[in-house]
Write a protein that binds this ligand. Structure first.
Ligand SMILES: [Zn+2]
Length: 127
């Protein structure tokens, strides 16, 4: 991704409208490009300040903007990698189910498989 593309994605990042792929590419770019990081930080500060002014909760908030932006970037990275993991686990469940059908065995015949599939499906629902 070049700087022009990254700058076009700043608003999408702030508004949370980027796809996982776009977000991942964007974060990778801003992590290695100080110019785009500064641009993101500027928009992040504006967004955070407007949000603060709009809120009437009276709660004192941190204004360590660099740390807040880093927390936000890490949160996005964790969300993306969590979703990738869920896709992989779901694919594993599908493969186990299809294999058990192909082999004519019930999933329950594999020790722990049923619990594994149920817990993955619960996690998937929670996300
Ligand atoms: Zn750049």
């Amino acid at each position: 991704m070049d700087c022009k593309e990254a700058k076009n994605r700043v608003n999408g990042y702030i508004e949370g409208t980027l796809t996982n792929k776009e977000c991942s590419e964007f974060i990778e770019h801003v992590r290695s490009c100080p110019d785009c990081y500064d641009e993101l930080e500027t928009y992040f500060i504006i967004g955070y300040t407007l949000d603060y002014l709009d809120s009437k909760d009276g709660v004192d908030r941190s204004f360590d903007m660099h740390r807040l932006l880093e927390d936000d970037l890490r949160k996005c990275e964790r969300r993306i990698s969590g979703q990738k993991l869920m896709k992989t686990l779901t694919a594993v469940c599908v493969i186990i189910s299809e294999l058990s059908i192909l082999l004519g065995t019930a999933v329950t015949a594999i020790p722990g498989a049923e619990e594994f599939i149920i817990s993955v499906l619960k996690l998937f629902k929670a996300n």
